[in-house]
Ligand binder design. Sequence first.
Ligand SMILES: *Cc1c(COP(=O)(O)O)cnc(C)c1O
Length: 374
Amino acid sequence: MIKLSQPNIPEEALGAVVEVIRSGQLVHGEQCVHLERELSRYLGCNECLLVSSGTAALHIALLALNIGKGDAVIVPDFTFPATANVVALVGATPIIVDVDSTSYNIDPDRLAEVVQNWKGPEKLRAIMPVHEFGNPAGMGQILELASRHELHVIEDAACALGAQVSANSVGTLGDLGCFSFHPRKTLTTGEGGAIATNSVELAKRIRLLRNHGMERAGSEIKFHTPGLNYRLTDFQACLARYQLPKLDEWIALRRELAKTYSDKLKPLEQLGLLRLPQIAEGHSWQTYMVVLDKRFSRTEIIDCMRTLGIEVGMGAQSLSCIGLYSNAHNQRLCYPNGKELSLSGLALPFFEKISKKDVDAVCGALSDVLYKLS
Ligand SMILES: *Cc1c(COP(=O)(O)O)cnc(C)c1O
């Protein structure tokens, strides 16, 4: 079976993780301290706080900015639902904006329309752009709009570690940037995440919130705020420290792989059988997703590919279509672009170690299946 995705854990990491476990220092050890420093340096930001998942990062970001009841936060329609779930869970209202069907990211014109015409009753507090599949969202326009309307920007960079806008890392451009180390992401600790920020004040709040609101001063313990336990373990941090030095090399391989797929699948696009993803500058390619022509049933194609030994799958969800988030602001049942991407998006096997032979097999099988069903 050619898998959709495969974690790339360096062999050397395994022994090192065992050492950390043998040491008995499973949490609150040096590994997390080192990784936070190494990630800050890699990203080029002042502070990077480790947490237990990408969802924890998003949740704590909202809490750190005191976003809650009576507030509203803008999210793109096409994403993993965690982006909107955390907004709802802090008591705020997610405001869904449709995405662009080429970049798969929030549509900057629709976003501007929503912000400029905002009438409440909630107080619009933040924009939460997603860098979908590693493709940087239009941060120039987003930051400009946010600053003009005094909104916070929380980047959902969960699947975009290493993606760049000009020479800047995504996740460091807004107030807070959230990353995930889930096994489907390019760098993984099993579960895990991080929050990047240049604000000393926010970093301080996040440190408290992820650790029971607790601060140790010598032998004294103070509880400053109601907090959570969203810490990462030291053996997980150790796992990440062996991957981070290789990340840029991996992303380079992923960029090549995306080009190879697009070259090989070009004829299918010319025949109108599918659309290829945008090959954008700075893209870190966590996922390579094509969009099938609407004549096809994706389920049927996934099944056909599976019988040929190839695992393919859907890309992400449309928040407006899953039905959880219809409210006074999100009355349209389904946004057209998000809906199309969520129904017809097809993610292809994509990881650094995939062989040329397997890439050929995927492209060959996909052509055969699409010809047969068209
Ligand atoms: C993966 C992902 C998340 C969730 O991250 P977890 O670590 O699985 O909690 C949130 N948003 C986006 C865009 C993601 O890709």
